[in-house]
Write a protein that binds this ligand. Structure first.
Ligand SMILES: [Zn+2]
Length: 270
C-alpha cells in the first residue's frame, strides 16, 4: 500500500511545481482558496490578540498608502477589497496575508519617514503574497513534518483545522502574534517584486533603499523585530540598488498618491 501512495505523492509534488515571477521553482500543495481561508482566519486571530489603533489620522495614512499599492496587485492574487488594520503596538513590523489582509504596527511608522518608505514596506509584504510564499512554506513544512505519503493524504480542506501548523506557514508562528522569518530567497524575491509594485503605485522606488538603510541604523541600537524576521544586510541594499533602473521604468510622478503622514508620528533621530 505504501509505494503507490509515495508515487502518488511524487506525482502531486511534480504537478504542484511551478515557477515564481523571478524564475524560482516552487512546490505548492495548497489551493488558493485554502490559503485565503487560512489568511482570513489568522487575521481574525491577530485582531483578537493585538490592540487595534483608533487614531483616525494614522489609519487614514496607512490606508491611503495600502490602497495605492493594492490597486496594482493582479486580481488573480486577490479579487475583492484588501482589509488593512493598524495595530497599536511598538513592534517594528508589518505583514500581508493571502485573502487580502494587511497588518501594520504603529511601531514601524516611526521608522518609515515618508509615504514612499511605507509604500516600500507594504509593497514588500504584498510581494510575499503575490509570489505565494506562504503556500511554499506550508507545503515545505507539511512535507518535512508528515512525510510524503501522509502529506499527500492530508492535503485537503480538513487541513484548515490544523491551525498551529498553518499559522506558522503563514509566518505568524505557533504563538499568535509572533511573526516568523522568511528565508533569504523569499526575502530577495519580495524585495524585487515589492520595488516594482511600489513604483507602479506612484511611490519613488529609491525609497526602498533608504528604508533599509534606516532599518540598519535602527538595528545598531536595540534589535527591532522587523530585523529579526527581515534580515537587513548589504546584499539586500545592493540588490535593490541594482534593480532600481528596472523599477524606475514603472514609476510616473503623475501617478503619485498624496498620503498625509500624521504629525503625531515622530520620525527617527538620525
Ligand atoms: Zn519579507
Amino acid at each position: 500500500m505504501k509505494l503507490p501512495l509515495i508515487m502518488l505523492g511524487a506525482l502531486i509534488v511534480l504537478s504542484a511545481c511551478t515557477s515564481s515571477s523571478t524564475g524560482r521553482k516552487q512546490v505548492m500543495l495548497f489551493s488558493e482558496s485554502e490559503l485565503d481561508k487560512m489568511g482570513a482566519a489568522s487575521f481574525e486571530e491577530m485582531k483578537k490578540q493585538t490592540p487595534i489603533s483608533t487614531d483616525k489620522a494614522t489609519i487614514n495614512f496607512v490606508q491611503c498608502v495600502a490602497n495605492a499599492v493594492t490597486k496594482n496587485v493582479p486580481k488573480s492574487v486577490h479579487k475583492g477589497n484588501w482589509e488593512v488594520v493598524v495595530f497599536d503596538s511598538a513592534q517594528v513590523n508589518a505583514f500581508a496575508l493571502p485573502g487580502g489582509k494587511i497588518g501594520v504596527y504603529t511601531g514601524i511608522l516611526k521608522v518609515t519617514e515618508t509615504q514612499d518608505q511605507l509604500g516600500a514596506i507594504i509593497g514588500h509584504e504584498v510581494g510575499h503574497v503575490i509570489e505565494h510564499h506562504s503556500n511554499e512554506r506550508l507545503s515545505a513544512s507539511k512535507l518535512q513534518n508528515m512525510g510524503m505519503a501522509a502529506a499527500t493524504a492530508a492535503v485537503g480542506m480538513t487541513d484548515v483545522e490544523n491551525k498551529g501548523l498553518w499559522m506558522a506557514g503563514l509566518g505568524l508562528g505557533l504563538q499568535y502574534g509572533v511573526i516568523m522569518p522568511y528565508g533569504r530567497s523569499h526575502e530577495s524575491e519580495a524585495d524585487i517584486v515589492g520595488q516594482d509594485l511600489m513604483a507602479r503605485s506612484g511611490f519613488e522606488p529609491s525609497a526602498s533603499i533608504k528604508l533599509w538603510q534606516n532599518m540598519a541604523k535602527l538595528s545598531q541600537g536595540a534589535p527591532a523585530e522587523f530585523m529579526s524576521t527581515h534580515p537587513s544586510n548589504e546584499t539586500r541594499i545592493k540588490q535593490l540598488t541594482e534593480h532600481l533602473p528596472v523599477s524606475m521604468n514603472y514609476y510616473q510622478t503623475t501617478n503619485r498618491p498624496q498620503c498625509q503622514k500624521p504629525s503625531v508620528i515622530s520620525s527617527p533621530k538620525s
